[in-house]
Design a binder for this molecule. Structure first.
Ligand SMILES: NC(=O)c1ccc[n+]([C@@H]2O[C@H](COP(=O)([O-])OP(=O)(O)OC[C@H]3O[C@@H](n4cnc5c(N)ncnc54)[C@H](O)[C@@H]3O)[C@@H](O)[C@H]2O)c1
Length: 390
């Protein structure tokens, strides 16, 4: 019999990301010796085809509903994964938290800053509930290693930072409109709301909080085919380039953040580059096994080292060290971090947690300032008022 702590999960929103969680939970044995395990017992989605996938593929699911409130009143559910369109985040997340269920919610954690504040207010009233926001890519071994180097203070004086997340399927003008390309359901932030939390997870965790922003936003495809194939307006921002500065050791450090849905040739490229006077490092999911770093001694060579990273992330797994790491591995690792924190609190087995509600609130402050900056074509100071309330 397993001595693992079993966490009983309900999933609200059984689309793309709901299924990714089911897959990660289904191969929990892939992880080494962890003392916790998720068990998906219930699912909710108004679309019967979405829940049918779960009832036919996930043996532990015994309950399938169309109204999420039925999961919230179920005393046999400990925690919820909620992966629904952005316009639903505020209402659903606050109801989940008020019901006393632990929550891993999807980004952007509210369609806009006001919605995010409602979620933060609910969290403040329920400190016993663990609430985290999803962001998996920093669990890639290369990104995780860079996090360790920052914690060790290896970089010396930071020269500059660049981070981004670039997609390219929107290059195709025939790609039909969907909820992620509509302001009403996806939000004014556009690509920043979709991709920005992934880009900010590490910088914010390192304490590199932008103090101002000059944003350049582009709507490259103003129409897309609608349900009947005829063009309909596509008003969300496709690409965003944010030039920011953060304070570090008494200096203002430049940091360029970009989120692009139309970056030719980049299906799913997340990257971070940190340049420092003692050490520089670069990782991109474009080359998932490759980590680049440059240690520097005054007057010495400036030679980039290029190493294949071993299959080594936050939580050990059965995969041999020589094999590559991929997107679904990062999802599994993120879930291990959430379940570890739920089981062990501050005594979790490694230090890197999922995105905190404070970090999610900070991302809203940044995106809200970015919208203003683009509109006014000027640098905007970022107001983090209220971000620590969660
Ligand atoms: N972490 C990541 O890498 C990542 C990737 C993609 C999307 N996301 C995020 O995940 C969330 C969902 O995105 P997705 O790609 O899974 O979308 P999706 O469209 O594939 O799935 C959303 C599901 O929510 C369901 N839904 C709608 N209203 C509902 C309600 N009232 N109750 C329950 N279910 C409802 C829909 O029927 C659909 O099945 C979004 O917040 C998105 O930003 C995260």
């Amino acid at each position: 019999m397993s001595s693992k702590k079993v966490i009983r999960f309900g999933i609200i929103g059984c689309g793309l990301m709901g299924k990714e969680f089911a897959s990660a939970a289904g191969r929990w044995c892939h992880l080494g010796d962890v003392a916790f395990e998720p068990k998906i017992t219930a699912v909710c989605d108004p679309n019967p085809a979405a829940t049918a996938w779960f009832t036919s593929h996930v043996g532990s699911v015994t309950k399938s509903v169309t109204d999420y409130r039925e999961l919230l009143s179920d005393s046999e559910i400990d925690a919820i994964y909620c992966a629904v369109p952005h316009n639903l985040h505020a209402d659903l997340y606050t109801d989940i938290i008020k019901a006393g269920k632990h929550l891993l919610g999807e980004k952007p954690f509210g369609i806009d800053r006001e919605a995010n504040s409602k979620i933060s207010a609910a969290i403040a009233k329920h400190p016993d509930v663990l609430v985290r926001c999803s962001s998996e890519i920093p669990f890639y071994p290369g990104a995780y290693q860079i996090g360790q180097w920052v914690r060790e203070g290896r970089f010396g004086k930071i020269i500059d930072v660049e981070a981004g997340f670039w997609h390219s399927s929107d290059m195709d003008p025939h790609k039909a409109i969907n909820w992620k390309r509509m302001i009403q359901t996806n939000g004014e932030y556009g690509c920043m709301g979709d991709l920005g939390m992934h880009v900010l997870h590490l910088p914010l965790r390192f304490g590199w909080k932008p103090k101002n922003v000059r944003a350049l936003l582009s709507n490259i495809m103003p129409t897309r085919p609608g349900p009947d194939g005829k063009p309909v307006p596509c008003e969300t921002w496709d690409n965003a380039i944010l030039a920011t500065q953060f304070d570090h050791d008494g200096e203002s450090i430049p940091m360029l953040l970009s989120t692009k849905r139309i970056a030719p040739g980049n299906a799913n490229t997340w990257f971070i580059r940190i340049n420092g006077t003692d050490f520089s490092a670069h990782f991109s999911t474009k080359e998932p096994s490759t980590l680049r770093y440059l240690p520097y001694e005054p007057g010495g060579n400036q030679a980039w080292h290029v190493v294949d990273t071993p299959h080594k992330s936050a939580y050990p797994s059965i995969t041999g060290g020589i094999f590559e790491f991929g997107f679904s591995d990062s999802i599994l690792q993120m879930w291990a971090a959430f379940c570890d924190e739920l089981s062990h609190g501050k005594d979790m087995t490694q230090p890197f947690t999922c995105v905190t509600p404070t970090e999610a609130a900070q991302s809203h402050a940044i995106f809200t300032a970015a919208l203003q900056s683009h509109k006014q074509t000027q640098v905007v100071n970022i107001d983090y008022d209220g971000c620590d309330n969660a």
